[in-house]
Design a protein around this ligand. Sequence first.
Ligand SMILES: Cc1cc2nc3c(=O)[nH]c(=O)nc-3n(C[C@H](O)[C@H](O)[C@H](O)COP(=O)(O)OP(=O)(O)OC[C@H]3O[C@@H](n4cnc5c(N)ncnc54)[C@H](O)[C@@H]3O)c2cc1C
Length: 339
Amino acid sequence: MNSSVSSVLGRVGMPMTTAELARESWDVIVVGGGHNGLTCAAYLAREGLSVLVLEARERLGGACTLEQPFPDERYTVSPCAYLLGLLDQRVIDELGLHDRGLEYYVADPEAWTPFPDGTAFVQWVDDDRTRDSLRALGVSPADEQGYFAYGRLFRDIRLKLRKGARDAWLDESPGRAEIEEMLGGDRTMIDVVFHASVADVLDEFMGDWRLKDALFPGAIIGTYAGPKDPGTASVKLMHRMGDLDGRGAVWAYVRGGMGMVSFIIADAAREAGAVLASGVPVSRVLPGEGVLLEDGTRLLAGEVVSNADPKVLLGLLGEATPPAMRERSQAWAAVGSQA
Ligand SMILES: Cc1cc2nc3c(=O)[nH]c(=O)nc-3n(C[C@H](O)[C@H](O)[C@H](O)COP(=O)(O)OP(=O)(O)OC[C@H]3O[C@@H](n4cnc5c(N)ncnc54)[C@H](O)[C@@H]3O)c2cc1C
């Protein structure tokens, strides 16, 4: 490992005492040192702003980190995120992540699904190899065609949303009407983006339960949903929206584990001048003022950026939650309780 943050597996600790941190008036304090908070810090510091990242845990990286859970420290594991596929090329290039040591290898096969009778379905990056696996399983010609047509549907949506005149991820976020327009008004595609369950979409393309069982996980991973729940088709789509190394929606294993992504971004942030501190929980966000640490220290900042998830942020804001944000969170809570 040639990254300085990775050499301590993200445990950067305190660069100075909290009293010294409190003497500064920071342009920006980032609450949380997950990979998104660190990326934000790197970009802001590159613009010349004074940036302080405060991570509650001992290690940086959030859900994209490394742990040594066993007494034998030779075993380093990615405890949460384990595959790279959605990190954008622009970030890789602009923060010089390859030059800083980021290496990854495309996962091929992408998936291997064993069945009780001892057979297995293998999904390769190369369609011909996947076709061989389908034929070895004795899948019908109609289902074989359906399998590839299903893959093309998601590929085509990605191309329309990411490779046309406007990139739905990198350019200004489109609203619903604009997304429908980008999809050329195609009802099937619009349904995948906004409503459909993955089970309903798969029913349109194939009947073989082995294939469906192999394809469901890609649409429910990371959700509290089952394949028949509305919206799961869009989860599958989200996982097919990347373009790693210009190879389309492939996924890759990171050399050293996923935490390397965060640690190398942390190096970029630190080199740009951001100050990184771990083991420092923020207990309050004070709008217009800064943050309060759990130990009672008050840190001043022109802006506070939350890398913590929205629910945590609402807790940190407490009574200071702006009315519009409070109303929106109550509306979402009502939707959640009806689901
Ligand atoms: C089990 C699991 C598996 C996953 N697998 C993959 C995968 O293979 N590939 C993939 O691309 N994605 C995967 N994901 C999703 C991905 O890990 C997350 O989307 C991503 O890590 C989120 O990064 P983030 O920086 O936005 O937030 P987080 O990683 O959640 O970082 C937020 C940080 O804020 C800190 N924080 C919170 N409150 C405070 C506070 N009060 N004070 C200071 N700090 C605070 C937290 O400790 C945390 O470090 C997986 C997620 C999980 C949970």
